[in-house]
Design a protein around this ligand. Structure first.
Ligand code: ATP
Ligand code: LTN
Length: 333
């Protein structure tokens, strides 16, 4: 890590295969940042257990997510790629920060409201304090920028508030992190209910494209995507399904909305859906083939994540030691 480059931190939960939403809203944008910034990317397994996870599946999903990061263009030599649970500083800092976070702030988090409605039989304390751990992830590195989809903006604002409050109480210390939200693809919607965000944990398999789906599956899911009763490929209010498909097509082809409208002028939704399906499948093909190569090389992956965790801990231990001193704990050494 260099002194003069800005630092980026982001994380993704190992709660299942990444969706096209995770990819376009987050992971796809992480690779191109690697040259300009010092980047730290984490598989946030501590966050994943805020909803019930089967231990065997969690371990599989975690290895899959780690391989997927690399398949999506992240280079373990350029960036730090690691599992959150392998660096103890995240959980330790989280405790300190939880003591500068107010109950009222956490009750306002929309993700907490959504997830506690969805998992009414398991509204655990971790689900409630989830955003404090996320703040710790970011502040443990004094990160400058945090690339995320739009749904995480509220959590990032909370992280800034926590940092500010800590700085007021103990003296200037934490950098206030800025969100980095992509212009196209910051919120990809469900293919079945286009007013809801596409999510890994959606029960309806037709609602989301998984980045490891094969070409036929991708095309079939797009064919079934919910649209409207018109037949015009046009970006407009009330056309949530079509707007979403146009956003996806634009994000994978680089075409503007005007260009897309011109390309499909006079054609029906069937042609458009097929074109979106083919463009997405072709775009994801290199990710899929790189993933199948990597996932079979467990020894290599282990080498990468062990090294990643050591490098991550080296940064955060220095910061955590200073935090402990500021708070008033007696030096351990
Ligand atoms: P879960 O369904 O398990 O809560 P998720 O699919 O929402 O998970 P996360 O691991 O919480 O995914 O998010 C990883 C990153 O992907 C975050 O930066 C988040 O903002 C982004 N992201 C998630 N869903 C979408 C989406 N539909 N569109 C754009 N970005 C998204
Ligand atoms: N809460 C995020 C995942 C996450 C994260 C982070 C993102 C955990 N820690 C730190 C950015 C920075 C989510 O996507 N649900």
């Amino acid at each position: 890590m260099s002194e003069n480059k800005k630092l980026i931190f982001s994380g993704i939960q190992p709660t299942g295969t990444f969706t096209l939403g995770n990819y376009l809203g987050a992971v796809k944008n992480w690779g191109p940042l690697q040259d300009e910034y010092d980047c730290v990317y984490s598989i946030v397994d501590l966050h994943a257990i805020t909803v019930r996870q089967d231990p065997v599946k969690l371990r599989q999903n975690s290895m899959q997510a780690y391989a997927l990061l690399q398949a999506c263009g992240l280079d373990p030599k350029k960036s730090i790629l690691f599992f959150q649970s392998h660096n103890k500083c995240h959980a330790e800092l989280s405790w300190v920060l939880s003591c500068t976070t107010q109950f009222g702030e956490l009750t306002r988090m929309t993700q907490f409201k959504d997830k506690s409605a969805k998992h009414a039989d398991n509204i655990n304390a971790g689900l409630f304090t989830y955003p404090v751990l996320m703040a710790a992830d970011i502040l443990a590195y004094n990160a400058d920028l945090v690339p995320i989809g739009i749904d995480q903006k509220q959590h990032l604002e909370l992280a800034r508030n926590i940092a500010q409050r800590f700085n007021q109480r103990y003296g200037e210390f934490f950098t206030l992190p800025e969100p980095y939200i992509p212009k196209a693809g910051a919120k990809i919607m469900s293919l079945q209910e286009p007013t809801k965000k596409m999510s890994k944990s959606d029960e309806n398999p037709n609602a989301c494209i998984l980045i490891l789906d094969d070409k036929d599956t991708i095309i079939r899911k797009f064919k079934r995507a919910v649209t409207d009763s018109e037949a015009e490929v046009r970006y407009a209010e009330g056309k949530d399904g079509i707007n979403n498909l146009m956003t996806i097509y634009s994000a994978v082809t680089g075409k503007t909305m005007d260009e897309i409208e011109a390309e499909f002028f006079g054609k029906g939704y069937g042609d458009f859906k097929l074109a979106v399906g083919e463009a997405v499948a072709d775009h994801l093909e290199p990710v899929r083939s790189e993933f199948s190569r990597l996932i079979n090389d467990k020894a290599y992956l282990k080498e990468c994540y062990v090294d990643g965790a050591q490098r991550a801990e080296r940064i955060t231990q220095r910061i955590l030691t200073k935090v402990y001193r500021k708070v008033g704990f007696v030096d351990a050494k």
